[in-house]
Design a binder for this molecule. Structure first.
Ligand SMILES: Nc1ncnc2c1ncn2[C@@H]1O[C@H](COP(=O)(O)OP(=O)(O)OP(=O)(O)O)[C@@H](O)[C@H]1O
Length: 259
């Protein structure tokens, strides 16, 4: 992984979407081999940042370095797995057919592909649905197929945009256990969520609000610095603190439109 232990480095990132500046001068690093949670309210810029990391976001300025290469570089295609919020798999194919296709895209040799597909199906607990057409799966099952599609090529960096939305507590727990396992094996996971209790499962937390970093911390540090009893209240406390200190200088920090 090299690159001084960083999987991702973002420097001076600025992103415009629909004529608005969504992110304005963001600096942040994601250490390699960790599960890093990207948390923040709806509209805070999580997806935009993830898209910049994966290299699919237009109108980006600044530097985004991923596994030592510029974001979106062709050499990263097989090293980075990205799971979007909307399931991006083929509804007319079965689970296994989808995964075989993604294995091919990832350039896996035929011999290794079947084993990789089986591993991915097991990892997301879809063994019982392997031969089912994706179009007939439930929403949660379908999003797990997307996750499996990203896992099948065994990428070094997994960028997951709210992978646990719509999943029941047991599945969420199991998926987080899998994220932890993947990190223990040396992979890096950048996972967005607005479920604050998921924060406790991360090694590091990046808290985003209005496209700016409110905190780059650990779950334990977040609780001690704020004195809050849980991640949700800690986040709210940080927002209040920030609004109190920066409200007069940085515009609408405590105002309406931040959702
Ligand atoms: N194509 C676009 N044109 C204009 N504004 C956009 C566009 N795409 C996103 N935005 C705005 O950019 C901001 C950040 O959006 P983004 O999807 O990154 O937020 P998010 O934190 O991922 O939100 P959520 O948790 O709801 O998915 C939002 O205010 C959104 O309305």
């Amino acid at each position: 992984m090299g690159n001084s232990g960083e999987a991702v480095r973002v420097a001076g990132l600025r992103v415009e979407r629909g004529g608005r500046t969504i992110i304005d001068g963001l600096d942040v690093a994601v250490p390699a081999g960790q599960v890093v949670g990207l948390l923040g309210p709806s509209g805070s810029g999580k997806t935009t940042l993830l898209r910049a990391v994966v290299g699919v976001q237009a109108r980006v300025t600044g530097e985004v370095t991923v596994l030592g290469e510029p974001a979106g570089a062709p050499g990263l295609r097989r090293r980075v797995g990205y799971v979007t919020q909307a399931a991006s798999v083929y509804t007319d194919l079965t689970v296994v057919q989808n995964l075989r296709y993604f294995a091919q895209l990832a350039g896996l040799p035929h011999a290794g592909a079947e084993a990789a597909v089986r591993r991915a199906v097991t990892a997301v607990d879809l063994g019982g649905h392997a031969k089912q057409r994706v179009g007939t799966l439930s929403g949660g099952e379908r999003s797990r197929v997307s996750l499996a599609a990203a896992l099948v090529g065994d990428p070094e960096l997994l960028v997951l945009d709210e992978p646990t939305v719509g999943l029941d507590p047991v599945l969420r727990r199991d998926l987080w256990a899998m994220f932890r396992r993947l990190a223990a094996e040396g992979r890096t996971l950048l996972v967005s969520s607005h479920v604050m209790d998921e924060a406790t499962q991360c090694d590091r937390l990046l808290l985003l609000r209005d496209g700016a970093l409110v905190a780059d911390t650990t779950p334990a540090e977040l609780l001690t610095t704020t004195g809050a009893p849980d991640a949700e209240r800690a986040f709210l406390a940080l927002i209040d603190q920030q609004a109190a200190t920066s409200g007069s200088t940085s515009g609408p920090a405590a105002g309406e439109g931040s959702r």
